[in-house]
Write a protein that binds this ligand. Structure first.
Ligand SMILES: [Zn+2]
Length: 275
């Protein structure tokens, strides 16, 4: 049993997480947006590395790199994010859900995924329905991972190599299942707080404070579902990060690993393309 080996470590890791960070007033969200990260349920990234056995990426390792990541899409702001990255000659990483704000098989979602992929950005898994994986059985975790991997294989012909668990929450069972699916679990070391209801000004301040410290590498958490994050914080962050000398690259590049397990031809839409 893997849990016999990893539970003590996990317990230590969980104890080290400071919950309940201060949360600014909540931003209004469009109707139906229920599965985004929230301040109460999304802890800062764990510092613990799983040195024996499972691999969790908590930071970029290639010096001078910064990875801008965008969770919870595809969404209506995708085109704006891609345009901003293109204008700055920057690469980002998009962690997709299958069924969260919308359905990944919807024509708009498919078009957005193709735009992101064809623009050279990395696409990764954020699970099917944005459930807290630590509350699920092994079969349920497999299902959450399989369904969005399957969708990306059908739509784009790619099998992602990276998964970000919703809320950044995982346990030894999640890591075991991810490993069995050849998925690398990735969190972040900088949270723009956009899913916690932070204002755009607060998000900019967080980026300014981060860049002032000038860490060797940066692995960010942003959401393409937040208009303030996309339209105000992102252009600010791109400009400041590049001015500070960071190369804006994908998660795969910032850790020196392949983005995909497999790349093949996309499939034609059929009756299975539904949520
Ligand atoms: Zn999310």
């Amino acid at each position: 049993m893997l849990s016999q080996f990893y539970s003590p470590l996990l317990a230590l890791a969980l104890e080290a997480i400071p919950f309940g960070a201060s949360s600014p007033a909540a931003m209004p969200r469009p109707a139906g947006q229920v599965n985004s990260e929230s301040p109460a349920s999304e802890p800062p990234p764990m510092e613990v590395r799983w040195d024996s056995g499972f691999n969790v990426v908590t930071r970029c390792t290639v010096p001078g790199t910064a990875a801008l990541t965008f969770d919870d899409g595809p969404f209506q702001y995708t085109n704006e994010v891609v345009a901003m990255l293109k204008a700055a000659n920057a690469i980002g990483t998009f962690f997709y859900n299958g069924k969260n704000f919308g359905c990944i098989y919807d024509k708009d979602s498919v078009d957005r995924a193709w735009l992101v992929y064809n623009s050279g950005h990395q696409i990764a898994s954020h699970t099917w329905s944005h459930a807290d994986l630590t509350t699920l059985s092994e079969d349920q975790i497999n299902d959450e991972m399989y369904k969005v991997e399957n969708a990306l294989t059908k739509i784009l012909g790619i099998s992602p190599a990276f998964i970000r668990p919703p809320y950044g929450k995982y346990n030894d069972l999640v890591l075991q299942v991810a490993s069995s699916r050849r998925q690398t679990v990735v969190t972040w070391d900088f949270d723009s707080q956009d899913s916690a209801g932070a204002s755009a000004d607060a998000g900019k301040n967080l980026y300014s404070q981060l860049i002032e410290k000038h860490p060797d590498t940066i692995l960010t958490l942003n959401h393409e579902t937040s208009d303030g994050s996309v339209r105000q914080v992102l252009p600010f962050a791109i400009q400041k990060l590049q001015a500070a000398g960071y190369r804006l690259v994908s998660v795969a590049e910032c850790v020196g690993k392949p983005a995909y397990i497999n790349v093949g031809p996309p499939q034609a839409r059929d009756g299975s393309w539904s949520c």
